[in-house]
Design a protein around this ligand. Structure first.
Ligand SMILES: [Fe+2]
Ligand SMILES: [Fe+2]
Length: 193
């Protein structure tokens, strides 16, 4: 689990373009995992005492904590510049988690469903992007394996949210569209800033 714990940076073997891709990938993913942690923190602030959802949210949050630890490690090992939007990511993440949880349990799950849909697609896109640089680079293959693990965890969270009735949330389609758009905008911003 979490191959990055023994990841070997192979920057020296990468072209400048390759390095840029890796550092962008790490910057966005670190910010994303920070935001995810704060979304779950916001959800727990409201629903933490719920007998059913409390432990479910806590379990997903615990996984996000692991994701973040790995991304923090990678960011240091690869010396990738962290985003300047880290504080924004925390506040919007917490706000999104808390506000949707205040709207109700189903809305909280709809938030998780939408976020994980966007993030699952995002990780998928990154895998394709990494495919285009240095296929024989050991560091890159490890990074890809790690991203596959993260993607699978996020898709599991998506499944959990659906199983917990996310799709019964009021205005589900609208909420999903808005949150997914927000995630995609955040991804684009963190690539650059
Ligand atoms: Fe995550
Ligand atoms: Fe997640």
């Amino acid at each position: 689990m979490y191959l990055a714990q023994r990841i070997v940076p192979r920057y020296e073997a990468l072209s400048q373009a390759g390095r840029n891709v890796v550092s962008e990938v790490i910057r966005v993913d670190q910010a994303g995992e920070v935001a995810a942690n704060w979304i779950y923190r916001g959800q727990m602030a409201v629903l933490g005492k719920d007998q059913v959802l409390g432990p479910i949210i806590q379990e997903m949050w615990d996984q996000e904590k692991k994701h973040l630890r790995v991304m923090d490690k990678l960011q240091i090992e690869y010396q990738a510049r962290p985003t300047l939007l880290m504080e924004v990511a925390k506040i919007t993440g917490f706000g999104l988690g808390a506000v949707t949880a205040l709207m109700g349990k189903e809305a909280a799950m709809a938030c998780t469903e939408a976020v994980e849909t966007a993030i699952g697609e995002h990780y998928e896109h990154q895998l394709q992007q990494l495919e285009t640089i240095s296929p024989n680079n050991e560091g890159i293959s490890q990074l890809k394996d790690l991203i596959k693990e993260l993607r699978d965890d996020e898709l599991e969270h998506l499944g959990t949210a659906v199983a917990e009735n996310s799709q019964r949330a009021p205005a589900h389609a609208l909420m999903s569209a808005v949150i997914e758009l927000g995630c995609n905008v955040a991804i684009q911003l963190c690539k650059r800033i």
